[in-house]
Design a protein around this ligand. Structure first.
Ligand SMILES: NC(=O)c1ccc[n+]([C@@H]2O[C@H](COP(=O)([O-])OP(=O)(O)OC[C@H]3O[C@@H](n4cnc5c(N)ncnc54)[C@H](OP(=O)(O)O)[C@@H]3O)[C@@H](O)[C@H]2O)c1
Length: 391
């Protein structure tokens, strides 16, 4: 079976390594997988594939016009890769992708196109790295209504938060350490701003509710303004802080957000470093918990290999997602929030239940309000945390 890979960076090299190392055991089970060619952007970059005769090309048409059965997308591009996936599906090629930006932005279009062209569209690696999350949820959605999902879905932010908590370090120091170790990108905005987690909760929530959710409707608040004093405050109340991506379907409305959260000693609070964790609630079970490596070269490649194997053995789920349900996004469920700010604006003043001034900063606990109410008083000075002791 011939396949092609688009991208040969961190994850692409991991895919090649697994295929190379497991060639014999795959062959023993009649999976003769051959990498026909690999698409890259920069033809002059030095590459060191384990199989020395791998063919690299920067000409997408060579892949489009080839006889390959399945194309693995591990590029870091958004629009160009989306356009290429469309052409590949129309040409009858199955797609396996780790590219969460493409999956999240074009989820409806790509699922519909896969159905139309009778090809498989598999994206297990796009959420929570090595952890099998997408397929268990997909399978479950045939038999059990699910109405709630929460997750730590970004390893970089979790690394920063858990290090700050355990070591008492500052945000800037831990971010620099994460960048030096290669855990965080030079531009960490997508991770620490919450946008990466937002894409993943969009994918998971769309799946469990079988409904379209626009990225722009997801309230997204990251950790880039967090201070050591927030951890001191949390600790005093017996809480940890983690960036939680969450969604709940309640009375026909989807509450969905990515927001730093105060947590008591529980499944999420006990998630450290780059680990990801997901908890989903359903009709036929109280809840599932998943935990494991949320990113990494071989970890992500491993999830891709599982998708590839399902496709090659023709036991992949033919795209069931059709967004046939329609729910409004409204963050109307009530919680208390912690707000730290150097200036209390008049709107926020109305919401205060408790307030403590430490140095320049006001540390505030609001009365029970919903996120949509908090949004109306939010300004650039504020760092906000949802207080949730029960998930
Ligand atoms: N790294 C992880 O742990 C992880 C985890 C889950 C999901 N993902 C997702 O997996 C994808 C790959 O991540 P990565 O960490 O492997 O990225 P990476 O190391 O930056 O590698 C990206 C690769 O894609 C190629 N590429 C980018 N745009 C291209 C284009 N328009 N045409 C052809 N080739 C193109 C690059 O080519 P050149 O080599 O020529 O520059 C490079 O080989 C991303 O979408 C990422 O979000 C990554």
């Amino acid at each position: 079976m011939k396949i092609a890979i688009m991208g040969f960076g961190t994850v692409g090299t991991g895919v090649e390594e697994i295929l190379y190392k497991k060639k014999e055991s795959l062959l023993k089970n009649c999976f003769d997988i051959e990498i026909d060619r690999v698409l890259i952007r920069d033809k002059d970059k030095k590459r060191s594939p384990l199989k020395s005769d791998i063919v690299f090309t920067d000409d997408f048409d060579e892949i489009l016009n080839s006889q390959v059965d399945t194309v693995i997308d591990v590029t870091s591009s958004l629009e160009e890769t989306y356009e290429r996936i469309v052409l590949l599906m129309k040409a009858g090629k199955n797609i396996v992708t780790a590219n969460k930006a493409v999956v999240s932005k074009y989820f409806e279009e790509l699922n519909a196109l896969a159905r139309e062209n009778k090809v498989y569209f598999s994206y297990e690696a796009s959420v929570a790295g090595a952890i099998p999350v997408i397929h268990p949820i997909m399978e479950e959605s045939f038999f059990s209504d699910m109405n709630k999902i929460h997750g730590i879905l970004n390893g970089t932010s979790n690394y920063i938060l858990s290090k700050m908590e355990v070591e008492g370090s500052s945000y800037a120091d831990v971010l620099k350490e994460a960048q030096d170790l290669g855990y965080a990108e030079a531009d960490p905005t997508a991770d620490v701003g919450g946008f990466d987690a937002m894409r993943k909760i969009r994918i998971l929530s769309s799946l469990i509710y079988n409904a379209k959710i626009d990225e722009g409707d997801i309230f997204t608040f990251g950790i880039s303004n967090i201070k050591k004093s927030d951890f001191d405050y949390a600790k005093e109340l017996g809480y940890s802080i983690r960036l939680i991506a969450k969604s709940v379907l309640s009375q026909g409305k989807i509450n969905i957000s990515v927001i730093p959260t105060f947590l008591k000693d529980n499944f999420f609070a006990k998630t450290f470093d780059g680990t990801n964790a997901v908890k989903v609630w359903g009709e036929n079970f109280s809840c599932y918990e998943f935990k494991g490596p949320g990113a990494g070269r071989l970890e992500t490649a491993d999830a891709i290999m599982r998708d590839l194997l399902r496709i090659l053995s023709r036991r992949e789920i033919n795209t069931f997602y059709d967004a046939s349900n329609s729910y409004e996004v409204e963050n109307n469920l009530k919680s208390k929030f912690y707000v730290r700010t150097s200036k209390v604006n008049p709107g926020l003043k109305e919401l205060i239940e408790e307030e403590r001034v430490l140095g320049q900063d006001h540390h505030i606990i609001t009365r029970e309000i919903n996120l949509d109410e908090l949004k109306t008083v939010l300004d650039d000075e504020m760092f906000i945390v949802e207080i949730e002791g029960t998930i």
